[in-house]
Each structure stands twice: as structure tokens, then as C-alpha cells.
Design a protein around this ligand. Structure first.
Ligand code: TXA
Ligand code: MG
Length: 345
């Protein structure tokens, strides 16, 4: 049985937090809201508790976890060395959606870091997450609280849909505000390297510490017209087939319109994961999920995963979407859409 507790996102009830912290201390699993997506938490220093995370998610053990702590001061509980850039980055972005990869302390279980000698750490800003970490009194390892390979959850209901019966408790603190995962920045190298774009933009990081590298996560360059689906780093996928149309907005919409007509002629149900104003040109028989105004990247980011899940719930066969550039949060949107896509045109 999975217990569901509902809390105020701003002012979580200390008694409910205590109950959740008890579960963590007894080696259990608690899903909790962060500002990015819901996490599936366990005591990061307890090998047995951490093993349960991998089992509940069906996650392969070669994929390391992020450790969540309550303050910059507590980073030393898991990191052996704190390079000088960490202070600057923490002052600018913590608590918040930035994860830093640092040299690890020997006592951090190898299962947390997948055998690497580094550990990924962040201080989340969500009051429920912070309260849970503090009350538990230990660093909390937490991947996104979804079944492996599925879209990350941005509501407690999403977690329920994926993990009900497989974990001890879910804390419902409402929908998350950022909507995609944290930016993962490796500060063990010089210059630092973004391993995963996310809630803090590359531009914002570069304002604080100067130029950083960006890992090319694609087996093929993402500028190729067609990426072989078999080679895609499939990871954040809806159940429906998702086609991503890259390039300039007007020509992308025109191509998507053709695909929608073709699919509907074949009797397929078509969902649209697009900006509000993109919807106008499509047949009313398509199912729209308006992400927000096309110039409001925060809204588009916040609604992206929720949109994939909502369209899946409505049983569409095909989801059509487009790119929103690579500026600011656009880079994280681009990355997640590439991973979710069955086809890129
Ligand atoms: O926003 C987030 O980051 C959410 C919330 C719950 O905090 N968590 C999350 O965790 O997205 P997960 O497990 O889904 O993604 C963790 C990412 C993976 O891409 C993993 O490869 C990377 O962090 N990572 C973890 N430890 C690492 C390490 N030592 N070196 C390099 N990458 C690491
Ligand atoms: Mg994940």
C-alpha cells in the first residue's frame, strides 16, 4: 500500500513531514515534490534503502542518482571537495534547479553514484522537499519518481499512476513549478560542463562562472535531419508515438499540419503539443494541449511533461510537437523533446 499525504506546498504541516521522515529513517521510499519534478527519495547513505529506489522504478543500476541536501553547508556530507565555483553557483542558484557533480566522499554508497568517484548534489527550493530533508536528518537520494523510461512526474497523481503499490508514501504538494528536471553541471572539470540542460539556463550559469561546455548527449548530431530512432537516448517518453518537427516555426507548423491530416485520414487520433497560438491552423478534430504562449518558455517548460501525460490519458496515437529554439529554457525543452521523439523531421 502506498500512503498519500496532502500538504500545503508553502507551509507543510510538521506532523505530516515527521511521518514522512520516519519512513525515510526506516529505510522506506517517499515520493515528494521538488520545484522541478517529483522525486523518489530514500536515505542516500543507506545502501539497502537506495536499492529499493532502483527496484521500484525498474531503473538500471548503471544510472547514478542525485543527492538532495538542505544547504550548501551540508554538501560536505557527501562531497569530498568543494571547488571554489560551487560557492558562486550556490549563491546564485541554490536553493533551486541546479545539480552539481563533485568528487564523492568514500561513505556514499557506490549504488548512489553507479560506481563513479563523483556524486551529484543539489539543494531543492520546494518547501516540502526542504522540510523532508531537514526532518529526516540525512541526505536524500532521489531520481524522478516515474517508472524507468517514462515521462517525469509533475503532480502526485502522475507518481500514483506510475508507482502506486511500489513505494511507501507520496507527499502531494501540488503541481511542480519548473516542470523539467534540474540542470546537471559537472564542476570537477575545467571549464565546467553541462551534462543535462534543465531548469537553470546555460546563459544564467555563464553569467556567474563564465563559459561552460555542453555535453553532446546525442549518438548522432541533433542537427542531422533524421536521427535513427533505435539510437535515440530514449528516456522521457510518452506512450503515443511523438513526432518532433524542428526548424523555423511556420515551416514546422506547415509540415505538422500535413502529418495531422495524413494520420487522421488513416483513422489515427492526433494530439497537439504546441504553443497556444499554434493551434489555430489545425482541424478541431485534433486534440490540443496548449503549452502556453510561444514566447513564454517558462510556461512551455512547466506544461511539457504534463502535456505528454494528458495526451496519453486521452488515448491519442500520435503526438505532434515542434521546437522552441535553444535560447534559455529552450535548450532543456529541445533536449527532452529529442528524447521523447519516435521521429524527428
Ligand atoms: O530535477 C531533478 O534533477 C530531479 C529532482 C527529483 O531533483 N531528479 C532527477 O533525477 O531528475 P534523475 O535520477 O532522473 O536524473 C539524474 C541525472 C541523470 O542524468 C544522471 O546520469 C545524472 O543526474 N547524474 C547523477 N549522478 C551523476 C554523477 N556522479 N556524474 C554524472 N551524472 C550524474
Ligand atoms: Mg529521471
Amino acid at each position: 500500500m502506498t500512503e498519500l499525504l496532502t500538504l500545503s506546498p508553502h507551509n507543510p504541516d510538521p506532523e505530516l513531514i515527521r511521518q514522512a521522515a520516519d519512513v525515510i529513517q526506516r529505510r522506506g521510499l517517499v515520493a515528494f515534490p521538488t520545484e522541478t519534478v517529483y522525486g523518489l527519495g530514500a536515505n542516500a547513505l543507506d545502501e539497502e534503502a537506495v536499492a529499493k529506489i532502483f527496484h521500484a522504478k525498474g531503473r538500471p543500476s548503471n544510472d547514478p542518482l542525485i543527492v538532495h541536501v538542505a544547504s550548501l553547508d551540508d554538501v560536505k556530507l557527501v562531497a569530498a571537495e568543494i571547488p571554489p565555483v560551487v560557492k558562486k553557483l550556490a549563491a546564485a542558484f541554490w536553493p533551486g534547479p541546479l545539480t552539481l557533480v563533485l568528487p564523492k566522499q568514500a561513505h556514499v554508497p557506490a549504488s548512489v553514484t553507479a560506481g563513479l568517484d563523483s556524486v551529484a548534489v543539489r539543494v531543492p527550493s520546494h518547501p516540502v522537499a526542504l522540510a523532508l530533508i531537514r526532518a529526516s536528518g540525512v541526505p536524500i537520494a532521489a531520481p524522478s519518481a516515474n517508472r524507468f523510461g517514462h515521462t517525469s512526474p509533475t503532480t502526485a497523481q502522475h507518481v500514483m499512476d506510475d508507482l502506486n503499490g511500489r513505494i511507501d508514501m507520496i507527499l502531494d504538494g501540488g503541481a511542480t513549478s519548473v516542470g523539467v528536471e534540474s540542470t546537471v553541471l559537472d564542476v570537477t572539470r575545467e571549464p565546467a560542463m553541462i551534462l543535462r540542460p534543465g531548469g537553470v539556463s546555460r546563459e544564467a550559469i555563464e553569467k556567474v562562472i563564465g563559459a561552460v561546455d555542453l555535453r553532446n548527449n546525442r549518438p548522432n548530431s541533433d542537427d542531422e535531419a533524421q536521427v535513427s530512432p533505435g539510437l535515440l537516448g530514449k528516456h522521457y517518453t510518452p506512450n503515443a508515438e511523438l513526432i518532433l518537427c524542428k526548424g523555423e516555426k511556420d515551416s514546422a507548423l506547415e509540415k505538422l499540419l500535413g502529418l495531422a491530416e495524413q494520420a487522421q485520414a488513416q483513422g489515427r487520433s492526433v494530439g497537439l503539443l504546441l504553443a497556444n497560438e499554434d493551434m489555430a491552423s489545425f482541424e478541431s478534430s485534433c486534440i490540443p494541449y496548449p503549452l502556453g504562449a510561444s514566447n513564454d518558455l517558462e510556461a512551455i517548460t512547466r506544461n511539457l511533461y504534463a502535456g505528454m501525460r494528458a495526451l496519453d490519458d486521452q488515448g491519442v496515437n500520435l503526438i505532434l510537437t515542434r521546437d522552441f529554439g535553444k535560447q534559455g529554457l529552450g535548450l532543456a525543452i529541445h533536449d527532452r523533446l529529442l528524447r521523447a521523439a519516435s521521429q524527428i523531421i
